[in-house]
Ligand binder design. Sequence first.
Ligand code: ADP
Ligand code: MG
Ligand code: ZN
Length: 644
Amino acid sequence: MKKSTYGLTAWLFLIIAVVITSMMLFQNSKALTSITADKFETMWKNNQIKSIEVNSDGRISTVEIVANDNNRYSTSIASTRLDDFLKDNANDTVTQKYKEPTTIPVWVQFLPTGILIIFTVMMMVMFMNQSQGGGGRGVMSFGKSKAQKATNDKKVTFKDVAGEDEEKAELEEVVDFLKYPKKYRDMGARIPKGVLLVGPPGTGKTLLAKAVAGEAGVAFFSISGSDFVEMFVGVGASRVRDLFETAKKNSPCIIFIDEIDAVARQRGAGLGGGHDEREQTLNQLLVEMDGFGIHEDIIVIAATNRPDILDKAILRPGRFDRQILVGAPDAKGREEILKVHSKNKPLAEDVNLKTLAKRTPGFTGADLENLMNEASILSVRARKSTITMEELEEAITRVIAGPEKKSRVISEKDRKLTAYHEAGHAIVMRNLPNADPVHQISIIPRGSAGGYTMHLPEEDRSYMSKEGLKDEMVSLLGGRVAEKLILGDISTGASNDIERATNIARSMVMKYGMSDKLGTIAFGDEQGEVFLGRDFGRSKNYSEEVAAEIDEEIKMFITEAYNRSETILIENMDKLHLVAKALLEKEKLEADEFESLISTGKYPDGSSVEEISEKKKESEDISTEVKEENDKEMTLEDFEKKDL
Ligand code: ADP
Ligand code: MG
Ligand code: ZN
């Protein structure tokens, strides 16, 4: 089919070339000033004409005129009139030339019609080719599904999916059915037609679906939900029809619809145009799923990260009646995923995947893959032969916060502000019973953040206690409180902290029922957030008085957290100064350095903060002196360093 598409392009080029050439051939108007026949006759009679050239087709003559002043004109005149005129006004001084009448060749006259006929025939042939199931995807194949049949050369199996044992176990059944459909049918079992994989992005849903196909060894048609949604109404529905047609021909097989939420959103929701098309597509999908009977061994696997916005109709039994939650992996799962993705990478002796897995709570499979990849790139950049823990540590921070921006110019004032802000977070965290231990503090800008304080949960947790949430708010506000206490001024740098703290407080009151005053009630309609259309028409399920009380409670939680944060920092003022100074000096503090500063006031090697800063200054002074003597030119970077 590829060949015919190629042929078509060649034909089109040929046609265009012919048209252009013929246009050039027959376009011989040399842009003469055209005049009326009367004017020509007057000029003739006044002896203003040097020569004429007559081109007659028998009825009309075109006369090209060269006047005495060498200006050129042209006129059209009835041939009989011209003949009579020239007879009556014979004039020997004017050179008269007659051209042979050029008749346009017959084939040229019929050229446009011919082209049209050829074109039409070609189109018909093309359409016929396609409806015969050529499987091609030419220019005109809007209604064809874009589903791609997976090739077998890069087969994914369950071995490539690390962790996720429960998910795999559930899918094992699907694989078994596709392999031995008879076994199940004899038992009278109804095998699910559709399996919905639900989970956040990057958790391996697409990978799992591919692995099912790989394990079962059946055809695998994959299509993305957004492929159904096109500009033209009705295209999506026709694609769905086509997809199922193809699948039926290839059964047993798997149809995989990725990002199904693009088509299967709740009908009748949303604002603006464009859902008619989606609704038609969804309806067609439902019809098709109901349509194939138990004897067609087709299983539809769909993936989404927004199960909440799916139309209820798609979830009922007989359609996607089986849902598999694909969650972010736990520590053990992460270790296994890391193992899979470090298979072809030269890891150094010191690398411990277990430690890495512990260090990366909340990472998805995609994050972990990205992490290993970043580490390899960093190792290449550092010209190392193996990937060491150092690169892996840096890669983790990169994945979380983006690469360091050491080149960004920061004023000394901003640096001080960031140092106290981050030190504030860290000290507060250190003094809270329910907060995670501080892992790293940095004032090197990363991504959009000026600095960060990283804490590390000791274990994965799925629930937060009320006290834990309260403590989190306290540590989030630590940055702002430190700014206020030390510098007497506050900055915009804390906006994200404040936003997060407020969100926690709001959730505690409205979602988790943690407010003593309002009691264990959930306020507001969580689901409504998704749709703009519903948002507008959303009615609050509580009164204005309660709304005011909710605001009061949120404010109370925040104020309480702020005050606790302030108390902690005032009590630990000396430590705040110490850590901030250390940060200004080293830019980054690791967990052990921070711990040592807090408990002994010194770095782990026993040196104190001021001492180092003195030493650093001295050596810097010396090196700049030497530099100034030796170097004629100073780079911008040196210049900045000196400035600091
Ligand atoms: P999703 O479809 O859920 O958004 P993908 O299946 O596309 O996620 O996963 C993206 C990548 O992350 C995969 O190509 C794979 O390299 C990696 N990955 C995710 N989960 C796992 C896992 N459990 N085991 C191994 N690799 C994984
Ligand atoms: Mg995916
Ligand atoms: Zn902060």
